[in-house]
Write a protein that binds this ligand. Structure first.
Ligand code: NAD
Length: 272
């Protein structure tokens, strides 16, 4: 029998669903026939992607949610359960870095402000743990489900200038394994937890670091990334969808606790 990559009629909650990567994911889930709940701090972005999915004949709702506040997540969870009665899959997509937590010629590691470091840890770690508590508990009621975290290449190979983001994403790899074990052993072996680790995709968070705003050419940092990527280019967000559907569908039903890089070979190349 052919493996089943389907998510039709599954209820999928996507945090950060109004953003670049998770917006693309949400649209793909909509096309695949899933019921998609798009959660974002920015309700307008979540709603506009939900509207787009519904216009194309899919099924989606947009909800305001702050992944750093349990009450806000619980409120969103209530709305999803009211609409569709259950939650099958959670994508922990909200995450990112901020310029104040990035070193530069005027800001060395020694001077990075504690509140900026804390902000990055909170968004990337706490912001995946709290939704996993709330939606994971709903999955536990049915004894099955699936959680997908979004890590980063930084987790395997820390990049210069972004120490908090690199450490936080390494934390997500560890948490993915931890929760996979806890769910399988203490809750249900049918609740799986995995992650993807995107390499370099141009998005709002990193555009200015990789492409010169004035000339449109690669920055020195962008050029060294391309030089270290055997496939010689940045990724397209759509190229994350195959592995995403694989990890949340029955096709991967014996896989839990893995982090799959999607990086054009970056993590395999020593540069020599
Ligand atoms: P993005 O900024 O386009 O999307 C992030 C979304 O999260 C935004 O819509 C934002 O409003 C939302 N958000 C922020 N704080 C929130 C909060 N407290 N509660 C709820 N929502 C909140 O970013 P992206 O590039 O699409 O990144 C998505 C994920 O992929 C992040 O975890 C990021 O770290 C990871 N990632 C991105 C890349 C890349 O190249 N873009 C590479 C590796 C990993």
């Amino acid at each position: 029998m052919l493996p089943d990559f389907g998510v039709k009629d599954k209820v999928i909650v996507v945090t950060g669903g109004g953003g670049a990567i998770c917006g693309t994911m949400s649209r793909t889930f909509g096309e695949a026939g899933a019921k998609v709940a798009i959660l974002d701090l920015r309700l307008e972005s979540a709603q506009s992607i939900a509207d787009e999915i519904n216009r194309k004949g899919g099924t989606a709702i947009g909800l305001e949610c702050n992944v750093l506040e349990k009450e806000s997540i619980e409120k969103a969870a209530e709305a999803v359960v009211k609409e569709w009665g259950r939650v099958d899959i959670l994508i922990n997509g909200a995450g990112g870095n901020k310029p104040q937590a990035t070193t530069n010629k005027d800001m060395s590691f020694f001077d990075l402000p504690a509140d900026a470091i804390q902000w990055v840890f909170n968004l990337n770690c706490l912001g995946a743990m709290l939704p996993s508590q709330v939606f994971g508990k709903l999955m536990a009621e049915h004894g099955e489900g699936c959680i997908l975290n979004i890590s980063s290449m930084n987790a395997f190979r820390p990049l210069t200038r972004i120490p908090a983001y690199s450490a936080a994403k390494a934390g997500i790899n560890n948490f993915t394994q931890w929760l996979a074990v806890d769910m399988a052993k203490n809750v249900s072996p049918k609740i799986r937890v995995n992650a993807i680790a995107p390499g370099f995709f141009i998005g709002n968070q990193n555009r200015d670091l990789l492409i010169d705003k004035e000339t449109g050419d690669l920055t020195p940092r962008g050029k060294s990334i391309i030089d270290l990527t055997p496939m010689n280019r940045f990724g397209e967000f759509e190229e994350l969808m195959g592995v995403t559907l694989f990890l949340i569908s029955p096709a991967s039903q014996f896989i839990t606790g893995v982090v799959i890089p999607v990086d054009g070979g970056f993590s395999s190349f020593s540069g020599v």
